[in-house]
Design a protein around this ligand. Sequence first.
Ligand code: ZN
Length: 216
Amino acid sequence: MYCAVDLDTVAGNELDAIHAGLVRARDRGEAIHLYAHSPGRTVPLDKFEAVLADANDLGLPFVTYADLAAGVQPGAAVVLSFDDQDVDAWTALRPTFAAHQVRATFFVSRFYAFTAAGKAELHQLEADGHAIEAHTVFHLNAPDYVADRGLAAWLADEALPSIAVLTDDGFAPPVAFAYPFGARTSETDRAMLAHVPVLRSVAFAISAPVADACPE
Ligand SMILES: [Zn+2]
């Protein structure tokens, strides 16, 4: 279980704070986990590119959650991910990713709504060396869903189909899962870890308050 820091403007993590986190990762030999949704919309492109350049300047490589699932021990590194479905925005960043040697992870929700062109873009990102991973079917709050309908229903309706749909479309079988809103419980963690080795939550709530956002 990893918790990522939100780069999006709404989260209020400014460049100086992110820089301090990058420096700390370098100095401690740790990976720092960062995420965003739609650069250019949820976070200004200049801020986003400044973070990438800062990571480059500090000598921090970018690794994916698939790398972590494979047992890579990256030491000082950046684990960068993007959530949801704005594949056009992600694709527009391909030159930026190339310029900064970025390998990222894309946690995809609502894959059923992707157009053929959008799916092709996502496959292109995978071919570029990025990881495509699961982020539920309908982007619902997991603890709420479990409270209403039970764990088995959440797994069957929300979580596991979001893994299967990517595999069925020809992507590398997902090895990581990110919770919508970072909302999770120990019960959902245990259930999901039977299916994927890596889970991602968030260090800061984006919308609703996140209780128990990250385990101790
Ligand atoms: Zn999301």
